[in-house]
Write a protein that binds this ligand. Structure first.
Ligand SMILES: *Cc1c(COP(=O)(O)O)cnc(C)c1O
Length: 404
């Protein structure tokens, strides 16, 4: 696995830079991953020799751009094992994908004071869009225990005749907890309730098959799996996407427009108003192909090994409290150092070259539940190394000494 990580790492130019005159130790991969040269080159090649608008031009460049954009859609289809390419809608990211579904269901499925089941560990982008969907929707969160495990015993009791949706993260960006999705989806469907999965973290740490999972919607962001920022995906079962109204109006999403009435384009174009992020989609395809060339399953194992090693190393630091100890875990470790504030730790180790994230990580309800102000979070990708984790551990010990 070490050999695999070293090979993988060589593709990421940014990992060779220095910060504060120290080698960069990038451990903020849950916020965004770095980009391999394959992705950077694919985007750059498109702008150098392929740039053109899609779906409209009579000319060759436009046809080629359209083909490349649609090839990216097919790559995503296969990556998720979706039944049809038209079930893949390109968005700006997870946030926009969830907003698209929330606005659509708000206008169709939801009635006044309906309920949505989520979990306490949702990211704000899987909370706030539902609050903005109208109809005074009430969120019913599934609790987590002190170790960060979902309390599935209470899941069934959250359903009632007002329940219209379950929306849940595939993996927590704070605790690392991986959700037992199959079970959660099966129970939702037993209650005839559709389910949306926030795959922003899960897409990297799990092999995802939307047909096997049988989820109704699945969302992810390219930038958390080595692709550019500004491109993401909404997967929806055909029958759900057919029912949803368009999210935004504009070019490309219409069939016929008059001042009296407009008819809409077929899937997926109904949801892709205006000029899309063609370069981003091409970059996303390059990232998925890149992952495939190493084997996604092997990259996952390489990350798991790093996470297990890091848990062992960090546990040995005096006064360090891990937040979230689920053994089945994404490559995310949150912790606190007794008597110190997360942001002080973050600032001090930044000067030692180590990039982590501190704060509430867009999960304020979870922080409230755990009664903590925030955490320090180290998160890994398959290009990280044991030496970098050792550097983190020794930096934390030094920071602790400086603060206590
Ligand atoms: C990052 C993240 C999001 C939001 O993704 P964007 O790329 O900012 O749209 C949502 N949910 C989880 C679990 C995340 O980690």
């Amino acid at each position: 696995m070490e050999e695999l990580r070293q090979q993988f790492r060589r593709h990421f130019p940014i990992l060779d830079i220095r910060v504060h005159d120290k080698p960069l130790v990038y451990l903020d991969n849950a916020a965004t991953t770095q980009k391999p040269v394959e992705v950077i080159d694919a985007e750059s090649a498109y702008y150098r020799s392929g740039n053109s608008n899609v779906h409209r031009g009579a000319h060759l460049l436009s046809q080629q751009a359209t083909e490349a954009y649609e090839a990216a859609r097919t790559t995503v289809q296969h990556f998720l094992n979706a039944a049809h390419a038209h079930e893949i809608v390109f968005t700006r990211g997870t946030t926009e994908a969830i907003n698209l579904v929330a606005q659509g269901l708000g206008k169709t499925l939801f009635q006044e004071e309906d309920e949505i089941i989520c979990s306490v560990m949702e990211h704000h982008s899987n909370i706030v869009p539902w609050q903005l969907a109208g109809k005074n929707i009430r969120l019913r969160p599934l609790p987590v225990d002190e170790e960060g495990n979902l309390q599935l015993e209470s899941y069934e009791s959250l359903f009632n005749e007002k329940t219209k949706l379950v929306t849940i993260t595939q993996a927590s960006n704070v605790l690392g907890t991986i959700t037992p999705l199959k079970e959660i989806i099966r129970i939702a469907h037993n209650h005839q309730v559709p389910i949306l999965v926030d795959g922003a973290q899960g897409i990297k740490c799990c092999l995802t098959d939307v047909q096997e999972l049988d989820c109704d919607f699945y969302c992810f962001s390219g930038h958390k799996i080595y692709a550019p920022m500004g491109i993401g995906v909404l997967y929806g079962k055909e029958r759900w996407l057919e029912q949803l109204p368009p999210y935004q109006g504009g070019g490309d999403m219409i069939r016929h427009v008059s001042f009296e009435k407009t008819t809409f384009n077929e899937l997926p174009f109904k949801f892709e108003a205006g000029t899309p992020n063609v370069a981003g989609a091409i970059g996303l395809k390059a990232a998925i192909d890149f992952i495939g060339s190493f084997g996604h399953d092997r990259l996952i194992r390489a990350e798991e090994e790093l996470t297990q090693y890091a848990m062992r190393q960090l546990k040995q630091i005096q006064g360090l409290r891990l937040i979230g100890e689920n053994p089945h875990k994404a490559a995310v470790i949150s912790f606190l150092l007794e008597g110190t504030h997360p942001s002080d730790i973050g600032t001090l180790i930044d000067f030692m070259g180590i990039a982590v994230r501190t704060g509430h990580h867009c999960c304020q309800p979870l922080m409230d539940r755990l009664q903590i102000p925030g955490t320090v979070r180290a998160s890994f990708a398959a290009y990280n190394t044991f030496e970098e984790i050792d550097a983190l551990a020794s930096a934390l010990k030094q920071a602790e000494k400086m603060l206590l």
